[in-house]
Each structure stands twice: as C-alpha cells, then as structure tokens.
Design a protein around this ligand. Structure first.
Ligand SMILES: NC(=O)c1ccc[n+]([C@@H]2O[C@H](COP(=O)([O-])OP(=O)(O)OC[C@H]3O[C@@H](n4cnc5c(N)ncnc54)[C@H](OP(=O)(O)O)[C@@H]3O)[C@@H](O)[C@H]2O)c1
Length: 334
C-alpha cells in the first residue's frame, strides 16, 4: 500500500455512540479521518481505547463546539489551513438531546441549544467547507481499490423527524413540524425557542432540529448537481443504548433498549450503526443524491439499505427553501 492515495473524511462527535463506532470502519476502508469534537483531550483519550496505535496515526483531532458559531468558524479556518488536500466526505453525526429541560438552554449566540448544535453548527460547518469539498473529486483508495470518488456529505437523520413513518407520528411531546417557521423568521432569540415560534417543548426541539438536518440534505441536493456532490441522510436504526439518551429518566434508559430489542425489533448495536454510517459515507452504491438511507424499523439480518420515503414536511420545496434561506441568515452567512 506504499502508493495508496488516502481520502480525507471529516466526522463530528466521535466521543461516543455512533460516531465513535464509525471511526474503525472508516479507517478499515482506507480513510484519513478528521474527528471534530468539543474537547480534543477527551476525544483522543476515548479514541485511544478503541483504536490501535497505527490507526490513531490516521486520525486528526480538531476542537469545535458546534453550539458556538464563532467556534465553528475558527475550527473551519484551522481545517482549511492545516490540511493540504481537500476533504472528500463529511459526516454530520454529533447531536444533543435534552428532553427533560424545563426551559431552553441557549447557545453563545442566544439560540435554543439543540437547534444550535444539531442544525446551525453543522449547517455553518458544511457551508464553510463546501468550496473545499467541491474541489475534491479525484481518485482515492477505498477498500484497497483506486476509485474516482465524488464529494459526499452524509447527515444523520432520524425516524422521529419523518412524519411518513410510524415513529415520526409519535405525539410525545409532538411530532417534528416547523409550522410557518415564524420562530426562525422572528430571529429565534429569547423568548423564542422553537422554529414555529410556539411554546418550548424540549423533545420536539430535538425532533425539529433533526427535521432541519434532513431538509438541509434535500435543499442542498437541489442546489448542487449530483455530478458535483452527493448529499444524503441516514437512519442507522434505533441505537437505543448510546449517550444520546443520557438526559432521559433512568427507567427509560433501562427499558428502552429492551423494548427496542424484543418488542419493536428496531434495536441496532453501536458497532453496526457505525459500520452503516461509514459505508454510506464511502461506498459507491450509496452515491445517490438526496436519498435517506434506512434499513427499516424492524431489523432483519442481511437486509439491504433502501431509500426511505420522506414526509411532505421534509420535501416540500417551499418549506425547504425557506428553512435553508432563514438558516443562512441565522448563522450569519447573509
Ligand atoms: N441513538 C439513536 O438511536 C439514534 C437514532 C437515529 C439517529 N441518531 C443520530 O445519530 C447521531 C449520533 O447519536 P448517538 O446516539 O451516537 O449519540 P451520542 O452517543 O450522544 O453521541 C453524540 C456525539 O455528539 C457530540 N456532541 C454533543 N454536543 C456537541 C457539541 N456542542 N459540539 C460538538 N460535539 C457535540 C457528543 O460529544 P460529547 O461527548 O462532548 O457530548 C458525542 O460525541 C445523532 O445525530 C443522532 O441524532 C441516533
């Protein structure tokens, strides 16, 4: 492998769960990895427990707190200065879920924090790195085979943000819905905490932020031709035992994985979820624009990924254009 041409992949949130478990398969497929986390020290310590010394040499750690738009700008500048070759693939994985908050937590810019981390931080990161990634089409080695690799962005979506699926209709506290976007239109600062401008519901704030993630995929796919870049989302399955659920009641944390394993059969191990994310970000068979890749809600061994039907709330062209344009304003790109 002396002549190998390693591609460069960036992934956010590798200190636990899906992101941590995506590292090993990415390295196995031949990538050099930029791991973006809010604490490099913690990210390095955790990665060392999972990876060999030789694998660690191919991981570069960049510190960005996705909650803080200034930090995202500084981190992206650092990336653009530090790496001589462009990024080929970006995976937006990091997320925050705080369903028990009584009142909203705020980002340094004053935005409701789950929207800030999950949507705004990633939206700005993608926007600032877009020119770089668009310039990256070239031959790289994937699984030891030299492959012409089209630039790619993969965003983690979820079933609870997709009203077309049963999980997306769960009314606790309410399904994801951006409504008339009046919260965004009116600046999204205190006392506003929801995209639709209505009362704060922390569980819905998470679902709405993931809905924005999935809308971003659809809108970017319209704006940038598939000949230049492939942008898609993925639902890896219900990874019911990750730190994502750390702020849920202890009884929920105990019962939820059991419920998913034995009742709904939607449970997916962290390792399998990581493998799926790494594959969607790397392999040719997933290079289809605007697809939301899913393996379904009942896990069956050997089942292949398919393009999941998306709700009108995700694909409606007026909502997606408005969400995109309002987000550009809120993150300071206009
Ligand atoms: N678990 C599931 O069942 C499931 C299902 C569908 C989709 N997903 C999606 O999968 C992705 C990964 O979730 P997970 O279950 O693996 O969750 P997780 O174990 O909680 O991992 C989340 C990651 O995001 C990072 N993060 C949180 N806030 C951040 C910030 N301000 N700046 C930078 N990084 C931050 C965390 O870092 P810290 O250690 O610093 O907090 C951690 O590395 C998410 O996008 C989630 O929506 C999960």
């Amino acid at each position: 492998m002396g002549n190998s041409i390693k591609g460069l992949v960036l992934i956010t949130g590798t200190t636990s769960g899906v992101g941590l478990n995506t590292l090993k398969p990415l390295l196995r497929f031949g990538w050099e990895v930029i791991a973006v986390n809010r604490s490099n020290k913690r990210a390095v310590e955790i990665a060392k427990q999972f990876l060999t010394d030789s694998e660690m040499k191919d991981v570069h750690f960049i510190e960005i707190n996705l909650s803080d738009l200034n930090d995202v700008r500084d981190g992206c500048n650092e990336i653009l200065k530090k790496f001589k070759k462009p990024i080929n693939s970006i995976i937006c994985n990091a997320a925050l879920y705080k369903p028990r908050l009584r009142k909203p937590e705020r980002s340094p810019q004053g935005y409701e924090n789950s929207m800030a981390v999950n949507h705004f931080g990633h939206f700005l990161l993608i926007s600032l790195l877009l020119e770089n990634i668009l310039s990256s089409e070239k031959e790289i080695d994937i699984k030891g085979k030299t492959t012409k690799f089209r630039p790619r962005i993969t965003i983690l979506g979820t079933v609870t943000a997709n009203y077309s699926e049963l999980g997306g209709k769960i009314p606790i506290p309410a399904p994801a819905d951006l409504g008339d976007l009046s919260g965004f239109k009116n600046g999204f600062l205190s006392p506003i905490s929801m995209a639709n401008g209505k009362k704060f519901k922390p569980g819905k704030a998470y679902k709405d932020s993931k809905l924005c993630n999935m809308i971003t995929v659809q809108e970017l796919s319209k704006r940038f031709p598939k000949e230049r870049i492939i942008i898609n989302s993925i639902y890896p399955g219900c990874v019911a035992d990750t730190n994502l659920f750390r702020d849920t009641p202890w009884l929920f944390r105990l019962l939820f994985p059991i419920f998913q394993k034995f009742i709904t059969k939607g449970y997916v191990s962290q390792r399998l979820a990581g493998e799926r994310v790494a594959q969607v970000a790397s392999f040719k068979e997933y290079a289809k624009p605007g697809v939301h890749w899913s393996w379904g809600n009942r896990q069956k061994p050997g089942r292949k990924a398919f393009s999941q039907k998306l709700s009108k709330r995700i694909i409606d062209s007026d909502i997606s254009r408005q969400t995109y344009e309002l987000t550009r304003k809120l993150v300071g790109l206009e």
